[in-house]
Design a protein around this ligand. Sequence first.
Ligand code: 5GP
Ligand code: ZN
Length: 111
Amino acid sequence: MDCLFCKIIAGDIPSAKVYEDDDMYAFRDINPEAPCHVLVVPKKHIASADEIGADNSAIVAKIYEKIPEIARLGGVKNGYRVVTNCGPDAGQTVFHLHFHILGGAVLGKMA
Ligand code: 5GP
Ligand code: ZN
């Protein structure tokens, strides 16, 4: 499958790892929009939040359970924002489910 984040998970494309376990991989965004900008992805390919259902929601729960630890490993201190862009109107550019963790500064209002 020609998926950028599957290639990053496999190590075929280098990335700055923040956290990894059997289920997920977290790495620094190549084009950070905040001092701390980490992406968390399930190792299993899921195209977007639109594909979350009863058969794969357990991995989403596991990711959310780990987000506080990943955020701290990424360097946030006074809070953070978790975002997932889904589909064209949200500007999703990589079609492998990912959660942006943004922090390290006071963030502006969301669109
Ligand atoms: P989206 O726009 O789909 O919500 O988020 C995709 C994110 O992936 C963007 O913030 C973009 O900067 C990041 N990104 C795209 N290509 C790469 C890459 O090769 N390496 C890393 N670390 N991040 C990438
Ligand atoms: Zn993928």
